[in-house]
Design a protein around this ligand. Sequence first.
Ligand code: SDX
Length: 445
Amino acid sequence: MQMLYTDFKKTDNQPIHSMKKATLNIENQVYELPVVEGTEKEKGIDISRLRPETGYITLDSGYKSTGSTKSAITFLNGEEGILRYRGYPIEQLAKNSSFLEVAFLLIYGNLPSKEELEKFVSKITRHTLIHEDMKKFYEGYPAKAHPMGVLASMIGALSTFYPESQKSELEPEEVDVTIRRLIAKISTIAAWSYKKSQGFPVMYPQNRLGYCDNFLHMMFAQPTEEYEVNPVISEALNTLLILHADHEQNCSASTVRMAGSSHASLYAAISAGVCALWGPLHGGANQKVIEMLRQIREEGSDVAKMIEKAKDKSSDFRLMGFGHRVYKNFDPRANIIKASTDSVLKELGNNDSLLKIATELEEVALSDDYFIERNLYPNVDFYSGILYRAIGIPTDMFTVMFALGRLPGWIAQWKEMRDNREPISRPRQIYTGENARDYVSIEKR
Ligand code: SDX
């Protein structure tokens, strides 16, 4: 028997490589591979020596059974509907914390002390302006430019205003200032893309306002009149941003890690994450959910018809906001958002007919064998669009809101990957193309 590992020792403070092993029989040669075990007893087989020792690779399209890294940031259990940031249950953070406090927790690993939080918030507040030359970029976008396209390009462009951020190795303070600039400026960039799309003058950030109030002020205030932020709306936004802040190795976080592993700047890696999030199967789903609910209402609120369409394999239509790669039970975020939506609509006296359709759609789907057999439940995107509507966010800005919330998680994932000095990501493949053949001149083809 050949052992595909050096003699891993179970160290006290990092129970990663357990003493358990897996055996693999390849062409009558038995190999032993180390088993790794996380702090929540998740187990994996370390295959890092597989190819050099056996010539074989593994194949797992979409990485459904493949771990790309070890991480201490977010734990989720899809079977039990558990989600924790650095060990804190999402339910407690959504109820008790602020978005910037959660950002600090995700990025630096622990809840900040009072003075740490005050310093973090104060420094972020002072980075909310963007270079006046960047304001001119908005003149170049078409009026109906999708704000995710604007966001991705503006964040990438930030790296050109801070060329020192492009160094392959950054000092800790250079990393911290880049982190603060990104968290501060993304809300200004997002709000200004909305103002520009409406032909309105942009509103500058106000240092007297907190993060959520500042964003709402930049989005909805007009220079011609006083604007008071509604505390119910601000609190709902704080909850939404916290719920979206991280979600372990999802498509966009993995994209940020992949892009960052080449030592591209953090701005470039985040811009790549924005692009990955944009897809309708990922963060773009919240916009698609509202479009789907509107379509149901316009076609006479026939929920059963939409359910049948989602089950029909001949169409590539899916029930947007339903299903999840990891959650095979309820998505804890969907439950919190649904509760928050109910209370916010009541407090605002807003009776959104789409909420009634969404609730009916959930009830019918969850009693249908097709959805039950496939463990398809509402995910974070199913109700979030209704809450964004209630606080006045336009539909094509929903995924931008997802990006605003997810930014600290992307940053935390990038920082962990760089702090752990992980190698450049470069997966292998199984080639299925033509075997070697000789060039044929065009006359003979
Ligand atoms: C997010 O990964 C994360 O953590 C993501 C996220 C985060 O916080 O970062 O949680 C945010 O992206 C939430 C997901 C938002 N996307 C949507 O709501 C789009 C609709 N949902 C799906 O397209 C789908 O459920 C995925 C993409 C979310 C998950 O797809 P998987 O894990 O690849 O599952 P699958 O495509 O293999 O589906 C398994 C079966 C298939 O049917 P069969 O081939 O077995 O017959 O379930 C069916 C699918 O057709 N199915 C659906 C469905 N989702 C899956 N059928 C109808 N409607 C759906 N929504």
